[in-house]
Write a protein that binds this ligand. Structure first.
Ligand SMILES: Nc1ncnc2c1ncn2[C@@H]1O[C@H](COP(=O)(O)OS(=O)(=O)O)[C@@H](OP(=O)(O)O)[C@H]1O
Length: 216
């Protein structure tokens, strides 16, 4: 997710940012797009960058779940995740696996932007403590802490936090059906191998960001 303080790159699509306003642009795929850092940099080098990351193993399963919904005939998760199921060699060309190698993607961004211009939000804390993570976001953007605990409640049916009263509405609102879906069962051994695969990349990511996301 990118916050554009001046004018966005897609000048025709985005309105001008006036004094006292900030413009937010949210495109998850920018984080993993090779050309994105140089393009954002050439637009504005003072852009603040917010990256929401979750355990790459859960992320891969979530990604698979999403694709499975669109294409129910998809091969099994393990079929796609392994190049060779006997040796357990992981297929890093599968996007669901590749996206979770956060350290590699961040390296690409750090060639253009200093770490101080990034905020890394924990996807796990966003669920367990949405107000806490939103507090960090507001501080990072230099905003008053307007969104607080009182804006959220835990919806038992959804199994996730929801907004008590979104702006312009008097009714509570949860994220849509495609967010927070149950994941298919993946054999423990498969998850274990994937966890082993990600461990060194996660460690590197913790080191680069100075944040331990607790994924192990
Ligand atoms: N409050 C709340 N409600 C529902 N879901 C929540 C919430 N907070 C975080 N999540 C997690 O967000 C996951 C989906 O986010 P995505 O990264 O796929 O979203 S995006 O399309 O890339 O913007 C989604 O992943 P899945 O559980 O795999 O569906 C959720 O776990």
């Amino acid at each position: 997710m990118e916050c554009f303080r001046q004018r966005c790159c897609r000048k025709n699509l985005m309105p001008r940012t006036l004094d006292g306003q900030i413009t937010m642009e949210k495109t998850p795929s920018y984080f993993i797009t090779r050309e994105a850092p140089s393009r954002v940099f050439s637009m504005s080098r003072s852009t603040k960058l917010i990256v929401v990351v979750r355990d790459p193993v859960t992320r891969a399963v979530s990604d698979y779940t999403q694709t499975l919904t669109k294409n129910p005939g998809l091969p099994s998760f393990q079929n796609l995740a392994f190049k060779n199921s006997t040796t357990g060699l992981i297929d890093t060309s599968w996007s669901a696996v590749r996206i979770g190698i956060y350290a590699k993607h961040l390296e690409n961004w750090l060639r253009y932007f200093p770490l101080t211009q990034f905020l890394f939000v924990s996807g796990e804390k966003l669920v367990t403590d949405p107000a806490g993570e939103m507090g960090r976001v507001q501080d990072f953007l230099g905003l008053k802490r307007v969104v607080t605990n009182k804006h959220f409640y835990f919806n038992q049916t959804k199994g996730f936090p929801c907004l008590k009263k979104p702006e312009g509405s008097s009714r509570p609102r949860c994220l849509g059906k495609s967010k927070g879906r149950p994941h298919p069962h993946i054999p423990a051994e498969v998850l274990h191998r994937l966890r082993d695969f990600y461990r060194p990349f996660n460690m590197k990511f913790y080191q680069m960001t100075g944040q331990d996301f607790g994924w192990d």
